[in-house]
Design a protein around this ligand. Structure first.
Ligand SMILES: Cc1cc2nc3c(=O)[nH]c(=O)nc-3n(C[C@H](O)[C@H](O)[C@H](O)COP(=O)(O)O)c2cc1C
Length: 290
């Protein structure tokens, strides 16, 4: 008998957790990406402190010490914008420590007029739908890069930015990728591009942050989907249900390491026909105001 997709299989929890257990038990001191994620986390905490109106001398000492160490250790840091930002924040912190006070609260780079009007944003949200019927028109590599860049603009827990996206604009690889996902049903023959949204799970504090890689990646995927819409495309997400054979196939196809959790997939392309948007429940059903 065919196994039910949503069957409750308590023993499978162990398989799922085993990946996280393995990833966090390995030392990541050698790993540049993990170190950069930890550097961002520590610098973010210091930066957040510097923005506090009640900032006081001596806060974030531990984060400062770890950030300094990671800054030295990260051999690729000078090729990553994290480095410049970390250096600036740490300097401000050092200055404030020497003076016993901040010279001023750090300012934002943005002005009010840079923000999108709420009405425009609402219209835009309403226009995003999940289309599964695509034109054969290829997705340009540059457009996929822009979509992933939008994903990188999303918030992430402690600014860790553990996102990794395995993309394909080659129809054959895109189709093979999509086939690894249970949710790949009801799509057109044409599959112009795919993305596999993953998170490096090593920089998270486990087990308390068990779901954080999923939060972070989901937010990135949402930003990416909105950018795809803005570019006239549609990004249909594909739910990931781990299953041994499919997972091996997907990991082999894109060379996805074990320490990266596969969170969600996506097919992206120009819609042949716009999809009808399912209505949303009312705000009153979602918002409990106390
Ligand atoms: C996490 C997630 C997983 C999804 N997985 C699938 C999937 O496997 N296959 C599919 O056809 N659509 C999938 N979708 C798309 C949803 O069905 C769709 O977003 C929902 O029905 C609302 O429609 P709309 O996006 O057009 O507003 C997924 C969406 C999300 C957020």
């Amino acid at each position: 008998m065919r196994k039910k997709l949503h069957a409750r299989l308590p023993d499978k929890f162990d398989d799922l957790i085993a990946q996280y257990r393995k990833a966090i038990s390995e030392p990541f001191s050698e790993n540049v990406q993990s170190n950069l994620a930890r550097l961002r986390m520590n610098v973010h905490i210091i930066d957040k402190g510097l923005h506090r109106p009640d900032w006081e001398f001596g806060h974030s000492d531990k984060c400062y010490a770890e950030a300094k160490k990671l800054l030295v250790d990260s051999s690729a840091a000078d090729r990553d914008p994290t480095f410049k930002w970390a250096d600036k924040v740490l300097r401000e912190y050092e200055e404030a420590e020497v003076n016993g006070e901040r010279s001023k609260t750090p300012e934002s780079d943005f002005r009010q007029q840079d923000f999108v009007h709420a009405n425009d944003l609402e219209r835009f949200f309403a226009s995003r739908t999940t289309c599964r019927n695509f034109e054969g028109r290829p997705v340009l590599r540059e457009d996929l890069m822009r979509i992933v860049d939008a994903g990188l603009q999303a918030p992430s827990s402690c600014c860790r930015q553990t996102l990794k996206v395995y993309g394909s604009v080659t129809p054959e690889t895109a189709r093979d990728t999509a086939r690894c996902f249970h949710g790949f049903t009801g799509f057109s023959d044409s599959i112009p591009s795919t993305m596999v949204f993953c998170a490096d799970i090593r920089p998270y504090g486990m087990p308390g942050e068990l779901f954080y890689p999923t939060f972070d990646t989901a937010l990135a995927a949402d930003h990416a989907a909105l950018m795809a819409s803005a570019l006239g495309m549609s990004m249909a997400m594909l739910c990931w249900i781990p299953q041994k054979e499919r997972e091996e196939r997907l990991r082999t196809l894109h060379n996805i390491p074990e320490y990266e959790a596969i969170v969600v997939g996506a097919v992206c392309g120009y819609p042949k026909q716009q999809a009808r948007k399912p209505p949303r429940k009312r705000v009153a059903e979602a918002l409990v105001l106390n």
